[in-house]
Ligand binder design. Structure first.
Ligand SMILES: CC(C)(COP(=O)(O)OP(=O)(O)OC[C@H]1O[C@@H](n2cnc3c(N)ncnc32)[C@H](O)[C@@H]1OP(=O)(O)O)[C@@H](O)C(=O)NCCC(=O)NCCS
Length: 189
């Protein structure tokens, strides 16, 4: 039987980065969340769990924990005291429990400053340790070069392409698959 991950309430975690903080989402994040999330350019690279337009009701449902499971480490990226994006890892079930999927986004006004590169650099080692992960995977739509760069700069390996993996806006898309593994924890040679 696989060991359970160590119990640690992600709601109490606060990770201090260089110019930003990673911490749990709070009800008073609603206004900045709406300001940054309601943007077609942000949503373009994300799954449809992140709708567009992003309404007040969408924000309220998200902050109430009705969209993603806040028992997982689903963190706001806070800059100057305000949430401006998010980062999360969603572990799999049963025999996939030591594997998780990484996702992240930032409000457009914050792009291009190296912020997500630094946020991933802080979050990933923490999450792999806290969740006892063997593998952390990120799936990137083929047009999303900025996201691929963030992963490559953080030591993720590009493993291949999942062809026609999803349909978004009426078009089938391939997904580039990136992952980081802790080989020392893996039985395979
Ligand atoms: C993808 C995203 C998180 C990047 O965040 P960011 O803070 O702007 O990223 P960084 O500044 O840390 O790094 C971006 C890198 O991509 C590069 N880049 C940016 N746009 C690019 C483009 N169109 N083509 C190629 N490279 C690009 C930058 O030059 C930088 O690389 P470098 O440091 O080697 O020069 C942000 O654009 C975003 O939130 N997009 C919308 C949501 C999303 O797509 N999330 C990821 C889903 S997989």
């Amino acid at each position: 039987m696989l060991a359970s991950p160590p119990v640690r309430d992600p709601r109490s975690v606060r990770l201090q980065g260089d110019g930003f903080v990673l911490r749990a989402w709070r009800a008073d994040d609603l206004e900045p969340l709406l300001r940054h999330a309601n943007d077609a350019e942000v949503v373009r690279g994300l799954s449809s769990r992140f709708p567009h337009p992003y309404t007040r009701e969408d924000g309220e449902r998200f902050l109430a924990g009705e969209v993603v499971d806040f028992d997982d480490p689903v963190f706001a990226i806070e800059v100057d005291g305000q949430a401006c994006g998010g980062i999360a890892a969603r572990p799999g079930q049963a025999e996939r429990g030591q594997s998780a999927e990484l996702g992240y986004w930032l409000g457009r006004s914050m792009w291009g400053r190296g912020l997500m590169t630094r946020a991933v650099a802080l979050y990933v080692p923490w999450a792999m340790q806290a969740l006892s992960l063997h593998r952390l995977q990120a799936n990137v739509l083929t047009f999303n070069e900025a996201s691929a760069r963030v992963l490559l700069k953080n030591g993720f390996i590009e493993e291949g392409v999942a062809r026609c993996a999803l349909v978004k806006d009426g078009h089938a898309h391939d997904l580039r698959v990136f992952a980081k593994v802790r080989r020392s924890l893996c039985d395979a040679p």
